[in-house]
Design a protein around this ligand. Structure first.
Ligand code: GAL
Length: 426
C-alpha cells in the first residue's frame, strides 16, 4: 500500500550523531531551574489517562533525580484542544521540551514544517531499531529519518458493551456485523436504554472510522488514504448510510469520551465504540478509573464487521527544535523508549507496548487479547488519532461530520469527504 506521508527508506549514516554532539542543552549545562525542569506536553489529564502518565513520571524521576517533570498537559480527549495550543506554540517558536503526537500523518505536519529534530542519533544510541517492530519503524521513518519515540500501540476499533443491558434487551453476546449491530441497537432502544453512547464531536469521527472500516473492509478502507483514492463510489455511500443509521440510535452527546463510556459502565447505555484507553478507565481502581470488573460490568469485542483487523494508533514523543531543555527532553525520550518506562505506562494506559521485548505477563485481561490481535490481525490506520490523515484532512473530516450531525444529508456529507481528500495536501 502506498501511503503518501510515508517514505520508508534506510537510515542514513549521516544520522549517526551522538547525544553530546547534537548541540543544545546550554541551560542544562548552566544549571538552575530551567535546566532541571522538563516540560512534557500531552493531553493525559482525565480519568483513565492520567494514571499511565503518572507511572512514567515516577520512572523518570527515579532515573533522573537531577531533573524535574513539568506537566504541561492540556485537558480534552484525543488532544483536539492540546493540538491547537501546540500549533501556536510551535508557530511562535516556543516549543515545550517534548510533546506527545500520533505516529503517522499527524507528525508529518510538524516534520514538514521543520519543527522536529531527527532522532536517528537516539535510535542508534539505544539500538531502538532492534526493539520496535519493523512495521512501526517503517511508518515513522521519513526519508531515512525517525522523528518520534512510540511509547505504545492503541486499538481504535473496539465495541464496549454492558452485558446486563444486552441481556435485558434479549441480546445474546456482542454483534459481529454491522447488520447485527443495527438489529441490536434497535432491541436496546425498545428496552428503554440508550443504545449507543457518544461524547464530544471527535468521538463521532472515531465512530466513523470504525463504521467505514467495517462497511468497506480493510483493503478498501486502506485504499482511501492512497493517492487518487475514490471517495465518491457507491460503497462509500453505503458506509455513510450505515453511519447515519447507527448515529440515529445515539444518546445525547456527552462532554467527552469518559462520560460516554461511563453511561455503559453505569448500565444506562448498551454500547460505546471507543479506543482501548476506555479499558483503563473501566478497569483501573478508583480514583483513576471506575474499578469495574471485566466480562461482568463491561465487556468488549472488535467493532462490528472489523474482526481480524487492528485499527491502530501510537502515542509518540518528539524532540522539537529549539527546545529549552534539550538534554532533559532526551532523558524523557530515553525513559519513554525503555522497557521499564513502557511496562510501567502501558498496563495503566490500556495500551500495549511498542517494544517487542516488553514483559508480556504484565498485560492481562483485555490487554492480553489486545497483544494477540496485534500479532495476528491485518492493520488499518486511525483517522481521528493521526495515522492516515494529516491535521488539515482530519479537520475537514471533523467539520463534515459536524455538519452531517445537523443535517443528516448523506450526499452532502460524501461530497464534503471527497473535497476533504482532494484538498488534504497529503
Ligand atoms: C488518543 C490518544 C490516546 C488517548 C485518547 C483519548 O488520541 O492517542 O492516548 O489519550 O486520545 O484522549
Amino acid at each position: 500500500m502506498r501511503r503518501r506521508w510515508m517514505a520508508a527508506v534506510a537510515v542514513s549514516v549521516a544520522g549517526l550523531l551522538t547525544l553530546s554532539a547534537c548541540g543544545g542543552g546550554d541551560k542544562q549545562e548552566s544549571g538552575g531551574e530551567a535546566a532541571r525542569k522538563v516540560e512534557v506536553f500531552s493531553w493525559w489529564t482525565g480519568p483513565g489517562e492520567a494514571d499511565g502518565l503518572k507511572a512514567m513520571r515516577e520512572i523518570f524521576a527515579k532515573q533522573n533525580p537531577n531533573l524535574e517533570f513539568f506537566d504541561a498537559a492540556v485537558a480534552g480527549g484525543s488532544g483536539d484542544q492540546a493540538r491547537a495550543l501546540l500549533s501556536s506554540k510551535l508557530q511562535a517558536n516556543q516549543p515545550p521540551d517534548t510533546f506527545q503526537g500520533h505516529a503517522g500523518a499527524e507528525l508529518q505536519d510538524y516534520i514538514k514544517s521543520g519543527k522536529l529534530e531527527s532522532l536517528n542519533f537516539l535510535y542508534d544510541d539505544l539500538k531502538l531499531k532492534e526493539v520496535f517492530p519493523q512495521q512501526l519503524i517503517d511508518q515513522i521513518t521519513v526519508q531515512g529519518q525517525v522523528y518520534s519515540v512510540p511509547v505504545n500501540i492503541h486499538r481504535s476499533n473496539v465495541l464496549w458493551f454492558n452485558p446486563s443491558v444486552l441481556k435485558k434487551a434479549g441480546i445474546d453476546g456482542a454483534p459481529k456485523t454491522v447488520e447485527e449491530f443495527v438489529t441490536d441497537l434497535d432491541k436496546v432502544k425498545k428496552s428503554g436504554k440508550i443504545p449507543l453512547s457518544i461524547g464530544s464531536q471527535w468521538t463521532l469521527v472515531h465512530l466513523l472510522e470504525s463504521v467505514l472500516l467495517g462497511s468497506l473492509g480493510t483493503d478498501a478502507y486502506n485504499a482511501l488514504w492512497t493517492t487518487g483514492a475514490d471517495w465518491s463510489n457507491a460503497n462509500v455511500t453505503e458506509a455513510l448510510e450505515n453511519f447515519k443509521t447507527i448515529l440515529s440510535y445515539a444518546g445525547s452527546p456527552q462532554d467527552d469520551w469518559q462520560p460516554a463510556a461511563k453511561q455503559v459502565a453505569d448500565g444506562e447505555a448498551a454500547f460505546n465504540i471507543m479506543g482501548d484507553w476506555a479499558y483503563s478507565y473501566f478497569h483501573n481502581p478508583s480514583p483513576g478509573g471506575l474499578g469495574k470488573e471485566s466480562h461482568k460490568d463491561f465487556d468488549w469485542a472488535a467493532s462490528p464487521s472489523t474482526d481480524g483487523t487492528f485499527m491502530w494508533l501510537s502515542d509518540s514523543f518528539t524532540l522539537p527544535k529549539g527546545t529549552p531543555n534539550r538534554d532533559g527532553a532526551i532523558a524523557w525520550l530515553t525513559m519513554a523508549a525503555g522497557k521499564e518506562g513502557q511496562d510501567a505506562f502501558n498496563p495503566l494506559k490500556g495500551s500495549i507496548p511498542a517494544r517487542k521485548d516488553a514483559d508480556q505477563s504484565l498485560y492481562k485481561d483485555y490487554l492480553s487479547w489486545d497483544l494477540e490481535q496485534w500479532a495476528s490481525d491485518k492493520l488499518a490506520g486511525s483517522i481521528q488519532h493521526g495515522v492516515v490523515a494529516n491535521n488539515q484532512w482530519r479537520q475537514a473530516i471533523t467539520d463534515a461530520v459536524g455538519l452531517f450531525q445537523q443535517d443528516k444529508d448523506v450526499a452532502k456529507f460524501q461530497q464534503a469527504l471527497v473535497a476533504a481528500a482532494r484538498n488534504s495536501g497529503q
